[in-house]
Ligand binder design. Structure first.
Ligand code: G6P
Ligand code: MG
Length: 216
């Protein structure tokens, strides 16, 4: 049977969460409160605007719409200063092998990310032209856990949702894949991602054996 993959970006293909963290933490500090790694977990898979809302709730800070807009710009500028330094070395282990495996087996793959910076990041790490389709934060109106991002991905690949396999590190992303009636592979903590069809501790879990079993 014909299948396709749809990949989340942040936390699956590259670890940009650490750069989001630096930028959000500096923003929080400039507003006078602490922002921890645990707080950062709450922002994984969450849109930029919603992330700021959550951050402001953590700091119990109330701002006007104009102030929020300028903070969003500031945060993204700092984030992009890190992204602009990214290279192919930052592709997570196992991912290049996985993409090669899919190419060799004529299995198409798309990107399904909430990030508006997704094309730039893929370009930086040299993967932009390998995806058959890219769906990013500019293409969707409903954020994960809504299935929209993955359903558009399936459509662009001309695949039925039930024949798509989503790779995700965020709970919201697993929920989105499940809501889209797709197979889901969670990357990370088994307890956190227990709603996924399959769970791998990290991206090194994409061994050829795992892939053979999955696909056949
Ligand atoms: C991904 C990340 C989130 C990030 C979101 C928006 O889902 O996991 O942490 O907030 O993308 O990213 P952007 O690059 O548009 O700010
Ligand atoms: Mg992610």
């Amino acid at each position: 049977k014909e299948i396709a993959f749809i990949f989340d970006l942040d936390g699956v293909i590259v670890d940009t969460a650490k750069y989001h963290f630096l930028a959000w933490r500096n923003l929080a500090n400039s507003l006078g409160f602490e922002f921890t790694e645990a707080h950062n977990e709450l922002l994984k898979g969450v849109s930029r605007v919603r992330s700021l809302e959550i951050l402001l709730e953590i700091g119990k800070v109330a701002l006007t719409e104009d102030q929020k807009q300028s903070l969003l710009i500031k945060k993204n500028e700092e984030y992009l200063s890190y992204v602009n330094k990214m290279t192919a070395d930052e592709i997570l282990p196992g991912i290049s092998n996985l993409l090669d495996y899919l190419d060799v087996n004529n299995i198409k793959y798309a990107l399904g990310s909430a990030s508006k910076n997704a094309p730039l990041i893929l370009e930086k790490v040299g993967l932009l032209n390998r995806f058959s389709a890219i769906v990013d934060g500019n293409d969707v109106s409903k954020a994960k856990p809504d299935p929209e991002v993955f359903l558009i991905g399936a459509q662009k690949l001309q695949m039925k949702p039930e024949n798509c396999i989503v790779v995700e590190d965020a709970i919201a992303g697993i929920e989105a894949a499940n809501a889209a009636n797709m197979v889901s592979i969670g990357i990370g903590d088994a307890e956190l991602l227990k709603k996924a069809t399959y769970i791998l501790k990290d991206t090194t879990g994409f061994t050829n054996d795992f892939l053979k079993n999955l696909i056949n």
